[in-house]
Design a protein around this ligand. Structure first.
Ligand code: NAI
Length: 695
């Protein structure tokens, strides 16, 4: 049973009970409808209270029913709301903690709403590329007014219950020490005989000169919503609450909802929503796997990454000791962190008190003995196996038993690193992305011997650090960088064949990437790739690369940090200006290697870059480096600026159709460096079966 029924005097109390947030799934809806009907049939009952058990009134639709026919099985949410709204006895929604989406729509269908202060009220459907489809767009403006309703529905942002004073949303907000059910039952008794029953649908939205306001809203929202159609659809349906009769408005809302649910943007957002939840599940590491306590962290290396990683821990309230080889490097590292926090404070995003607190959680040392009691140590020293070896041997000798030994390596073999210790079960890769205090992604690299509890602890830690943790197996570059290498290779070949950096970046940015490959290279530092390629030239001479990136580095153009990269930069300005020197170098290089430059379409640029990601992603999936295609999508959405409205590379390939992707790849295989397009067997097999990566 997912809603409980009891009678308190002459008031029936129906308690939604579907943990964790009383999602309005089929069983809950069925039980709630049955509860209302039972109350109507009982002459001793004069009024009905609907509330929620545990930590919510209701968080809305049950996400487990998304994309399943259950959501449309009777009683639907519409039916439940209609049953509540047409009740002949007053129905009171008793709201606390969380009242969102379908939960709020149900409350709006009740005759009265009472609430505890601090309850979070929202219609967040827009965040999944949708609009509230069970009357929210028509009923909310009727109680909170056009302007507030539009803001809430377009932004999806929660508003605490006490902010609705002066609106008709709540008939009463109780004192913070009140007992909700007792107060709600007392309220129900008070209104039990009041007739006619007030209904939100009978109210009018009064807004003088609403057309001017709506036009202003259309302009503003259009400018902000980018590729997403949902925010504008929200505006139009809310507009219907003023311009149309209630029944017509509801019909219009339904029509626009059914349209949005089919859009690729909403499908992508829903995919990303599920992908994020799925990423934290590891089939052979059950949810109840014991985790280790993380109360103290240590970081080895206070450079670019070490500093950012330290900030993550400190922001989560975990004290950090930074260890360096020289006092000067330590001082510089800690000063940079301090400066970052000072800048945040200057922007008004951190109070002086919080600043002191955070800075107070950081200390430094040159001595391993000082970090011995840390629960986790994250190594972020130079990307060199010899240096990692010496660090891990020292960690092995000093760290207390049970400490987690993590490496931030971006390419090196975590199994080999674990082999430098006598406790490989405690070793794990934690690959943060730069800037580590900003980027959401944390690739968690599972070594052959990494303990299940260590993995479970690291995943739990990623949540605490407000990161999206995605588990990767061990391979060169893990999930993200292994794929980006193929993408960068194609970007290089495009330069040789006829493109200039600006054209490539623009095409990819138009597709929706936050940044094209060359602007990204300039930001991250072109020397990093150069260093990796030099290693590859020796280790894997069969892999071909365009030499343009090496020539660029030979010109000393490492990117923004040297004031010049693929583009020119002006001091104190991150804007990229096309560089004549670089463009001349590229054109000359084509001539030197005897390639006749040709005009290349934006479509070809995007296909070659994105499909090279997809093909490598398929190999990664097939080898079991990634557990699922959606994990690869999460890596790209949270770490590489892949457009969210396209759902990630693997999801995007599914929407294009794997057979179509393969057809394009066959075409490119006939061009230069055709061997880069050997299709991943998994993709060939799935395409032949008419399947996608995610289905
Ligand atoms: P960095 O050069 O900025 O910092 C390295 C720091 O480690 C320096 O401050 C150095 O003094 C210190 N160090 C070197 N040897 C040490 C030792 N034996 N004991 C203690 N401290 C030592 O390098 P960065 O960029 O912070 O990279 C660190 C690690 O993070 C590397 O493994 C790198 O591959 C990885 N990484 C780097 C990313 C980036 O974008 N920079 C992104 C993700 C991972």
């Amino acid at each position: 049973m997912s809603a409980e029924y009891l009678v308190n005097g002459s008031v029936a109390v129906i308690t939604l009970n579907n943990p964790p947030v009383n999602g309005l799934g089929l069983e809950t809806r069925t039980a709630a409808v049955a509860g209302i009907r039972r109350a109507l049939a009982d002459d001793a009952v004069k009024a009905i209270v609907i509330t929620g058990a545990g930590k919510a009134f209701s968080g809305g639709a049950d996400i487990k029913e998304f994309n399943s026919p259950k959501a449309l099985t009777e009683p639907t949410l519409h039916t439940l709301i209609q049953v509540a709204e047409s009740s002949t006895k007053p129905v009171v929604a008793a709201i606390h903690t969380v009242c969102m989406g379908g939960g709020l729509e149900l409350a709006l269908g009740c005759n009265y709403r009472v609430a505890m202060p601090g309850a979070q009220i929202a219609l967040p459907e827009v965040k999944l590329g949708l609009l509230p489809g069970a009357g929210g767009t028509q009923r909310l403006p009727r109680v909170v007014g056009l302007e507030m309703a539009l803001n809430m529905i377009v932004s999806g942002t929660p508003v605490p219950s006490e902010k609705f004073a002066g609106t008709a949303l709540f008939d009463e907000v109780f004192a913070s020490d009140a007992k909700l059910i007792d107060s709600a039952v007392a309220f129900a008794n008070k209104v039990a005989d009041v007739r006619p029953l007030p209904r939100v649908r009978d109210r009018k939205v009064n807004y003088p000169n609403h057309e001017a306001f709506l036009q202003f809203s259309r302009n503003t929202v259009k400018a902000m919503s980018g590729a997403f159609p949902a925010p504008m659809e929200c505006v139009e349906t809310v507009a219907a609450s003023v311009t149309k009769k209630f029944e017509d408005g509801i019909k219009f809302e339904r029509e626009r909802f059914l349209h949005l649910i089919q859009t690729p943007e909403s499908k992508s957002l829903r995919h990303a929503f599920f992908a994020e939840r799925l990423a934290s599940k590891i089939p052979d590491v059950p949810a109840d796997t014991p985790t280790r306590d993380i109360k103290q962290a240590a970081i080895i290396g206070a450079g670019t990454m070490g500093g950012g990683i330290a900030m993550n821990f400190v922001n989560a309230g975990i004290p950090v000791i930074l260890l360096e080889t020289k006092q000067e490097a330590l001082d510089k590292g800690i000063a940079t962190i301090r400066k970052n926090y000072e800048n945040t404070m200057k922007k008004g995003k951190l109070t002086q008190e919080k600043f002191e607190q955070r800075v107070g959680l950081i200390s430094g040392t040159l001595n391993y003995a000082d970090i011995a009691q840390a629960d986790i140590v994250v190594e972020a020293v130079f990307e060199d196996m010899g240096v990692k070896e010496s660090v891990f041997k020292q960690l092995d000798s000093v760290m207390k038993p049970g400490a987690i030994l993590a490496s931030n390596t971006s390419t090196l073999d975590v199994n080999k690193i674990a082999g430098f210790t006598s406790r490989p079960q405690d070793v794990v890769g934690t690959h943060f992305f730069s800037p580590a205090n900003v980027m959401k992604l944390l690739e968690i690299v599972r070594g052959a011997k990494t303990g299940k509890d260590v993995l479970a602890t690291t995943l739990a830690l990623s949540k605490k650090l407000r990161k999206t943790g995605v588990v990767s197996g061990v391979c060169d570059g893990f999930i993200g960088n292994r794929m980006i290498e193929q993408y960068s290779r194609q970007a290089g070949f495009l330069l040789e064949e006829g493109c200039l950096p600006e054209q490539v970046d623009k095409a990819v940015e138009k597709f929706g990437f936050a940044m094209g490959p060359f602007r990204m290279g300039d930001l991250a530092g072109n020397d990093i790739g150069w260093y990796i390629r030099k290693r590859r030239y020796v280790e894997s001479p069969e892999i071909t690369y365009s030499k343009t990136a090496d020539l660029l580095c030979e010109m000393g153009r490492y990117g923004q940090k040297t004031g010049a990269g693929w583009y020119d930069y002006k001091a104190g300005d991150r804007k990229a200006y096309a560089s004549q020197d670089v463009n001349d170098m590229i054109v000359k290089h084509s001539a030197d290697i005897g390639v006749e430059r040709r005009k290349i379409s934006d479509e070809e640029i995007v296909e070659r870059l994105v499909y090279s990601l997809v093909n490598e992603g398929a190999r990664i999936l097939e080898e079991g480096i990634a557990m699922r295609a959606s994990d690869i999508d999460m890596v790209y959405l949270t770490g590489y600026g892949f457009p969210v409205f396209r759902g990630g590379p693997m999801f995007y390939a599914d929407t294009v159709g794997l057979a179509n992707v393969l057809m394009a790849m066959e075409k490119y295989a006939k061009g230069r460096h055709g061997n880069a397009w050997a299709p991943a067997p998994l993709m060939v097999r799935l395409a032949a079966e008419g399947k996608g990566f995610n289905s």
